[in-house]
Each structure stands twice: as structure tokens, then as C-alpha cells.
Design a protein. Structure first.
Length: 256
């Protein structure tokens, strides 16, 4: 998530003041009617902010994933399209991506993934230290045979942000797929560098009902080219056997 330009034009003196400035910058980026673009990518956690009415935003990228030494996959354009309906409500189309997977014996599987249709409703009005948004989404079973679930899999979630001396943000989501429940949770710690750069670390947990849980450590860097365009890079390391080994991503986002 990227901070408002106006929230970070302060020269920090001392470590304590620097942390407070970081917290306020990060909070304003996601709660107020942000001047600068505020994205869901990279990482697992969603932004609390919504797109202004009449505006729309495209977030895209390339990702590479190595589940183990014998498998790897890459996908693009990892497209998210976000459209503002009201000051507090947006609709989004996400997971629009084509994927290539290399299997252990050298075979390859390629095709389009199931896209996801969703809505985000921001509950706050950009005031106070805490922000919250409700997410509701469903996968659309139109992907290629190798990747589609052949089901409309619904999910609900909460995106939140806490703008205290140590800023925190996260997203909790419950998905129902084929009568099985999966709970996903992210906890993000950001750090601002000047008025156009953000570094973050994030813990991501994928808790599955009938298979091994997966835990990830995600890191990322975001750079504002201007108030409407952003570049990002990210990396993730699997923390247990249920997660993959490693993943990388790079992206570009633009608001219209």
C-alpha cells in the first residue's frame, strides 16, 4: 500500500518520530480519499481504500513460483481491474491470468485461471486510527480445463489497518470450495522511505480443512512513479512443508 504524498512530507528527527510518521502516512494512504494510487498488490493483504466513483484502476504483473525442486510455474498478466461505484464501494475483477506449470517429468500445463468477481465496502470514512473494509467475492468457473475448479467458489473477508506508532495491516478471508473451508490470513508491517517508496514484510497463512496448512513470509517494495502509477517487486519464502519453496513477482499499476 502506498502512502498519501501529503502525509509524509515531514523530516523525521529521532527514531520515535520516524515510526509515528510512518504510521500516519500508511494510515492516510488507505483510509482517506488518497491523492496517490493505493493498490492491493503486491502481497496477500488487500488495501482498505476504495476507488473513487467514476475512476478505475488496473493492477498487473508477472509472477514466478517454485513449489519444490521439481515444479515451477509462472503467470501473467495477474490482472486486477477495480472500478469505483461510490465513495465507499468498489467492484473488482481479479486473478485474470494465464499460467504455465512445469511438472516433475518435464511435462507442461498451460491455460487461463478462473477469474474472481468481487466487491469491497469500506466501513470507515478515513477518520481515526483504525480502518475496516468488507470483501465479498466468487470465482467464475471459466478457466481452462487444467486450472478451473468447475465451481462458483464464494469467499468473504475483512481488510483492516491500524495506524498506531507501529503500523499494521492485514486481511482475513474464508473461502468455501467443494464443501471444504479454507481460512487465509495476512499480517503486514510497512515502512515508508521518503514520500514515494514503501517496504513491507508480511506473514501469510493458508489454513486448509483437509490438507496441510501453508505459511509464508512475504516481502515487497513499492515505488510511485507519480500519483497515478506504481511499480512493485515482491518475494515470498515458504515457512513450512505445506507452502512452496519460493516465489517472485513484479508489477505495474495505473489509475484512470
Amino acid at each position: 500500500m502506498v502512502m498519501r504524498k501529503s502525509a509524509v512530507g515531514i523530516i523525521c528527527r529521532g527514531a520515535t518520530r520516524s515510526v509515528v510518521v510512518t504510521a500516519m502516512a500508511f494510515l492516510h494512504s488507505s483510509l482517506a480519499s488518497a491523492q496517490a494510487i493505493d493498490t492491493n498488490r503486491p502481497g496477500f493483504s488487500f488495501a482498505v481504500s476504495t476507488i473513487a466513483p467514476g475512476d478505475w484502476q488496473v493492477e498487473s504483473g508477472l509472477s514466478w513460483n517454485e513449489p519444490n525442486a521439481d515444479n515451477e510455474s509462472w503467470s501473467l498478466p495477474a490482472l486486477d481491474l477495480r472500478i469505483g461505484l461510490t465513495q465507499a464501494l468498489e467492484v473488482y475483477f481479479t486473478n485474470i491470468s494465464w499460467q504455465n506449470t512445469r511438472l516433475p517429468l518435464g511435462d507442461e500445463v498451460t491455460g487461463w485461471l478462473d477469474p474472481v468477481l468481487g466487491a469491497k465496502w469500506r466501513l470507515d470514512q478515513g477518520e481515526g486510527p483504525f480502518g475496516l473494509a468488507i470483501l465479498a467475492q466468487v470465482s467464475v468457473p471459466v478457466g481452462d480445463r487444467a486450472y478451473t475448479s468447475d465451481r462458483w467458489d464464494p469467499a468473504v473477508g475483512l481488510a483492516w489497518i491500524l495506524g498506531t506508532a507501529i503500523p499494521l495491516a492485514g486481511t482475513a478471508r474464508v473461502t468455501i470450495a467443494d464443501d471444504e473451508v479454507q481460512f487465509d490470513n495476512g499480517l503486514k508491517l510497512p515502512y515508508t522511505l521518503g514520500d514515494r517508496q514503501v517496504l513491507f514484510a508480511e506473514w501469510e497463512a493458508n489454513l486448509r480443512e483437509d490438507s496441510q496448512d501453508a505459511h509464508w513470509l512475504n516481502t515487497g517494495y513499492q515505488f510511485l512513479l507519480d500519483d497515478d502509477r506504481q511499480l512493485d517487486i515482491s518475494a515470498g519464502w515458504g515457512l513450512n512443508d505445506g507452502a512452496g519453496d519460493f516465489r517472485l513477482g513484479a508489477g505495474f499499476s495505473m489509475r484512470f
